[in-house]
Ligand binder design. Sequence first.
Ligand SMILES: [Zn+2]
Length: 473
Amino acid sequence: MSELRELREQPYDLVVTGVRLVSGDGVVTGGLAVSGGRIACLLGPNERPPARRTLDGGGRHLLPGLIDSHVHFRTPGLTHKEDWAHASRAAVAGGITTVVDMPNTVPPLRTGEEAHRKAELVDGTSLVDYRFHLGVAGEDPSPLREVGAREATSVKVFLAGHHTAPHVVRDPVQLEKVFRTAAEAGLRLLLHAEDDGVFSLLDEWRGAPSGYAEYERHRPRSGAIVAVARVLELVRRHGTSVHVLHASTAEEADLLTAGAHAGLPVTFEVTPHHLSFTAEDTSRVGARTRLSPAIRYRPDQDRLWQAVLAHEVATLGSDHAPHTRAEKLRAPADAPPGLPGVQEMFPAVHTGLRRRAPMDSPDAQLSCLVRLLAEHPAELFGLDERKGRLRPGLDADFVLFDADERWMLEPDAIRSKCGWSAYEGWTMTGRVRQTFRRGVSVYRLDELGHDVEFGTPDGRWLDARRPADVEPR
Ligand SMILES: [Zn+2]
């Protein structure tokens, strides 16, 4: 550190002292210095080099800026539900500094060229840095061969449809082609792994759901299990790298963990809502937790938590997918699935960890979350040379977090454009106090926890390298 400073003969832009620095391996007391938007060096507990600005963390935890690799910010075409300005405010309030956005917009995002156009649309409206997942048409996956790492390194495939996901790959021959093409192009496939055929068959027999009490029965675990078994078979045949999204059942956690154990390049994601709610909640609160995949019962939720604690899960993703109140108020058969979650994910899962693993220290719990929400997503999506850790040379993205503060999510603190949250009124343990992106404050809560200050929406479209087949465990 001193070497760099003498070279520049000027103070650092920012020095943060008095914090507990969190990595996936553990927690140490110290601080860090920022220069030119990057982390210049980590500091020991008593180091206080000169700086233009200083921040005393007061003994709170400092985490790397979190990465949400599963968001639907609804741009272009669906901006009546959400837009980048609102969603990125929700993100930084939840400690997220980088997002990877899903392609099921109107029109869908399918080519590198379209990614450039989308980045132009987002430019100047985002508080967070961003990447995009591409979509694919089953009838012709060949455009995937033309995609460069600059544009995308990952492709979302829907095996089941819903309101904002009409582009389902149902035909087994087409699906096989998608897996083969992605493997040849070195792209990671992200799977919504529920089998559409299973659901249509059941609907023809039983009819559409007329209430929320039976919603889970209409979108049951069999759809997910059938799809995941098929995905594993395709991975075995083609060697495609696959990340299965929003695993919701015990069987998926078992099959995917077994697949990885057998050496297949498969990883999986769990969402905060599958960890936070059960089907009993859906029968009570209705549309807010009408989701796809459906929220399951307690034994599945227990298995998902176990998968989190046993390091079987690779990433947590919010699946931030807002809809307007009016859309959610449609009849149960027609209300769209999805809920906002980018703001709620980190505090909600931290609160759940406190409850689920009370024997673990707060430090161990935060290390677990840093693996799932920073280190692993950075590795899986080729961002680890810039994001995911508090390490000299990387972007100065970090989150000041009070792990013990108890607070309630009040309606006026909800930042998503849709204006509602399934977590409204929840008592959370652990609160984001301040979020920095590339060395600049993008979110700050005042000491009393009432007033909020956001930064300038100058988030950037990130470059990435094509990731190696890392299997974070
Ligand atoms: Zn999604």
